[in-house]
Design a protein around this ligand. Structure first.
Ligand SMILES: [Fe+2]
Length: 242
């Protein structure tokens, strides 16, 4: 079952690739990406976080809920999140979505050239953002938190006590820092400082299903996730700075 929240002034739907959309696509099944639909249940407008694999399924999911697409939020440029060439497979994503709908695509400014390269969509087609920018989807305000580390312009989205974290933070572990643009020190700073404003009672929604649970509170995650244990940058680098 995919998770749908429709109360407390927020519409939030969590969709697992290969199960809830792009059903049967072997890459989608293997990668276990989460795509999110998030918006305002009153005005019925929503944005899609990280559209990939089968954008028609995502548009159909919005239509099924009588929601209108108001834009796209990008956590980071990896093709399993935005589309592109992924280990020899061509993954559908933002380029295909923009053929079907004309909506703003919100990208952190440090990630612009990377997203352009992954998707083949020109940089000028994206809306560039800095840390702490906010966008409104109907009456729902979403804060964009720049969290470099997995990639230079990775960003997380905070709205009404929900944190959509992309590949910055999982329930167990965090995103790799050994891929191009990765930075272990920056990841430590993102996890311990930039995300410190997220309260313990906020719910963490990760970019992949790498654990049995699909979401957890930040409090629970802070007490259980081994990547949040190191007390200093030195300890962090010794454990995870590869
Ligand atoms: Fe990634």
């Amino acid at each position: 079952m995919n998770d749908i929240v429709r109360h407390d002034g927020i519409y939030l739907r969590q969709l697992l690739s290969g199960r809830d959309f792009a059903i049967g696509d072997p890459v989608a099944v293997q990668m276990m990406n989460f795509c999110y639909l998030i918006g305002d249940p009153a005005t019925r407008s929503a944005v899609v976080v990280d559209p990939a694999y089968q954008v028609e399924d995502l548009l159909a999911a919005l239509a099924e809920d009588s929601m209108t697409i108001a834009g796209v939020l990008v956590t980071h440029h990896h093709p399993d999140h935005v589309g592109g060439n992924f280990a020899g497979y061509s993954v559908e994503g933002i380029a295909r979505l923009l053929e079907k709908v004309d909506v703003p695509v919100h990208v952190n400014r440090e990630e612009l050239r990377w997203v352009a390269r992954s998707t083949g969509v020109e940089e000028s087609c994206f809306v560039s953002h800095a840390d702490s920018d906010r966008i409104s989807v109907g009456a729902l305000e979403i804060e964009l938190i720049h969290t470099p580390g997995h990639t230079p312009g990775s960003q997380c989205f905070l709205a009404r006590g929900r944190l959509i974290a992309g590949d910055t933070l999982f329930l167990e572990g965090c995103g790799r820092t050994d891929l191009p643009g990765g930075d272990a020190e920056a990841m430590y700073d993102s996890l311990t400082k930039r995300l410190s404003k997220v309260p313990d009672d906020a719910v963490l929604y990760p970019g992949h299903r790498y654990s049995a649970a699909a979401s957890a509170s930040m409090g629970e995650t802070r007490s259980r996730n081994y990547v949040l244990r190191p007390a200093t940058l030195e300890q962090w680098m010794a454990s995870f700075g590869a």
